[in-house]
Design a protein. Sequence first.
Lengths: 295, 285
Amino acid sequence: MTTEKRVLFKSKWLPWLLVAPQLIVVGLFFFLPAGQALVESVLESDAFGAGSTFVGLDNFSRLFADETYIQSFSTTAFFSILVAGSGLSISLLLAVMADRIVRGALFYKTLLILPYAVAPAVVGVLWVFMFTPSMGVISHVLKGAGIDWNHLLNGQHAMALIVTAAVWKQISYNFLFFLAGLQSVPKSLIEAAAIDGAGPWLRFWSVQLPLITPTAFFLLVVNIVYAFFDTFAIIDATTSGGPGKDTSVMVYKVYQDGFKAMDLGGSAAQSVILMAIVVALTVIQFRYVERRVNY
Amino acid sequence: MIERRPFTTLLAHALVLMGVLVVAFPIALAWIAATQTPEQIAQSIPMSMVPGDNLWSSLEQALFGGQTRKGNTLPAVAPMLWVSLVSAIIISTGKIVISLLSAFAIVYFRFPFRNLIFWLIFITLMLPVEVRIVPTYAVVSSLGMLDSYAGLTIPLMASATATFLFRQYFLVVPDELVEAARIDGAGPMRFFFDILLPLSRTSIAALFVIQFIYGWNQYLWPLLVTTSEDMYPIVMGIRRLMAGGDAATEWNVVMATALLAMIPPALVVILMQKWFVKGLVDTEK
């Protein structure tokens, strides 16, 4: 891949003018706030906003001594494993099946990509409606099956609800990538395996699946990032982090501590930890992308 | 198809059909609820799966608000739709314009700190709004941009993925085009508008679909920077309709609002399906 042009334009000021709008937005709304979060995470501002003092890593140690923070950590981990795990397996199954289908493929595909267009907050509203304890359609069916559904009181029910809603929203994305991956597996390989007597099941396990592991790995990272950061609206619209703090994931807690409880130092320290997590995930993703380019 | 296995094909159809039904069910249910009256929804548990004939009045009540039979006063959603539409268009257009310009500068010019600038833009991938909520709010508020279209859109306009995509695309545009343009006496901006821009049409269309949906579906950011009701986007407004709790919620109006919030991005995805899939796969490469 070339990264340089041979032929260029020459101007001292024009390139600066061209990058200026992007640089202004990036500087003002990305780097300045991120820098401020870093600074605030080692400061403690007094309640009246009159001044702040340097407290070193106090905010961080306070955070890790705080049980609710540790709990939000494990809630987030549990939530993202469930979302990524079930989301990937369901979409892979659908993609493998859809890959076999010739007739009606466009119809299926169009319907399966619809959730991508639905805003996370609206997703939350749709699922709450089905699971409302008093009159929801699905909670009624569950009641018939002996489950007294109430996600407003039962933490496990609340977790199940947000996982289901989050997976539903992400199926489209996973499905499209798996399908693209499956369709880029060379037909000759599959035909060769078929001639050697391998049935569809064996062909999937020994030919297709190994060839789409890069896609699967990429999707795993994307889904974890999604579960960490893009599910705020789903949670806010369904459980608002409750009951108690049972579905309060890290991003939800940053918002609540910073905006509702006005604990700026603590919220900034949480932001810094979240940034470290995103950086780690991005690095993993890009190391993998490099590998794929080489292979 | 490699061999004929009617049973396996049937199984595939059955499974995919089941998946499609599960995926479509919440949306279908929203539509059914919007066609009924609040009394119909509340009286039979579970609600009837037969569409009623109340769709237009649910939609009307959602769009224009006002007093309901239950005695709730509902906000009008029509202005929220407008706010959503305007900000989604500003965000997607803004992202594309500033990314095109900076990718053009980075690929076609040599200037000091060029690589540094590219990396600065790229690193923003690692700084989603969610991780810097409070300080970003502070910046926007000190600039006096709360409750304005500027506040709703400009902070979301930086785009590492779009810049990266256009840069990759420009790098494979043949150098002969620049040479030819230069021989014909065209300056850089002339080249940009007359040659580069028309060549990038499909990439632009693909990105527009993705970014329009991104802009339309924003929730956390508007929640932070808007306090006055006439600057609420619809995605945020729908959440407020449910504030009354279980019994008080007018589900037919909420679901009519959900439909109104879903239709524009769904139309964009369906009508531009080809570009959408291309854009999605390209931006992640």
